[in-house]
Design a protein around this ligand. Structure first.
Ligand SMILES: C[S@@+](CC[C@H](N)C(=O)[O-])C[C@H]1O[C@@H](n2cnc3c(N)ncnc32)[C@H](O)[C@@H]1O
Length: 253
């Protein structure tokens, strides 16, 4: 289980990064990482196009993906949550209603306490993107999603793919940085273990989309070449991609 001290480190890390995290989504940011973030956005918005009802983003970051999903469907309510106040401030600029009747709520909570928030609806769609690497606790998350969603509700989850070749290399280096106290604990999952956790909580897998070459520290080591690699191959890396978006549906009780 994630200890409180670890979460404080994670929160501080993202509080610092909230200043420039949104740059990943700008077309003129020409790095491999930014290509992967924009690919993530396009895949999630595409897979969820046409959804309606109530949308919850567990960890909205600076809100670009939340807004892309919002714009790809027609929601009555959008709840954008993040543990970082700085991220949430930025998200409140990115996220806008897509029609007059849409209600927006911005919540500054640790996602593991979201069920204490008053007035929660039964959600139709939950986004959980870029979160599990930092908090782990997959079983707790899926159990909470099962309670938060109405029957037939959808979860979109993004993960780094633990057993992809290049991710394995990055893990070795990151583990050394964690051991040296330079980085908070990063949690890695392979796709079967995420699907197993989802199934245990009563979800069925609807789609798995892999993407991204994910060369380890590619932007640092290769500079513009890494941008070229990802812009050329990120979307096409559907079998060996280092990242994945998974869509789950809550089975009827
Ligand atoms: C890598 S960013 C992902 C942002 C966005 N979902 C995306 O895909 O670009 C991770 C986000 O998770 C948030 N976060 C970390 N721990 C959290 C927690 N326990 N509850 C809610 N948000 C959390 C961070 O503040 C940060 O905004």
């Amino acid at each position: 289980m994630q200890a409180a001290g670890d979460q404080n480190r994670v929160t501080e890390f993202f509080e610092v990064h909230s200043e420039n995290y949104g740059d990943f989504f700008k077309e003129d940011t020409r790095t491999g990482a930014s290509e992967m973030f924009r690919t993530r956005l396009a895949i999630v918005a595409g897979l969820l196009a046409g959804k309606t009802g109530a949308l919850l983003d567990c960890a909205t970051g600076t809100g670009e993906i939340t807004q892309a999903v919002n714009a790809s469907g027609r929601y009555d309510q959008l709840w954008a949550n993040d543990v970082s106040a700085g991220m949430l401030r930025a998200a409140s600029q990115s996220i806008q209603p897509t029609h007059e009747a849409e209600v927006l709520r911005f919540i500054n909570r640790d996602i593991f306490t979201i069920e204490e928030e008053p007035g929660l609806p039964a959600f139709d769609v939950i986004l959980c993107l870029g979160l599990i690497a930092h908090v782990g606790r997959l079983d707790d998350l899926f159990a909470s999603f099962a309670r938060l969603l109405g029957p037939g509700g959808t979860v979109a989850m993004q993960t780094t793919v633990a057993d992809q070749l290049w991710v394995r290399v990055a893990r070795m280096v990151n583990n050394r940085r964690v051991a040296a106290g330079k980085l908070h604990q990063i949690h890695y999952f392979d796709i079967p273990s995420i699907e197993a956790a989802a199934a245990k909580a009563g979800f069925r897998t609807v789609a798995v989309r892999r993407f991204g070459v994910a060369l380890p520290f590619g932007d640092k080591l290769l500079g513009r070449l890494n941008h070229w690699v990802e812009s050329r191959f990120a979307r096409g890396a559907t079998r060996h991609g280092g990242d994945a978006v998974l869509i789950f549906e809550r089975k009827p009780a």
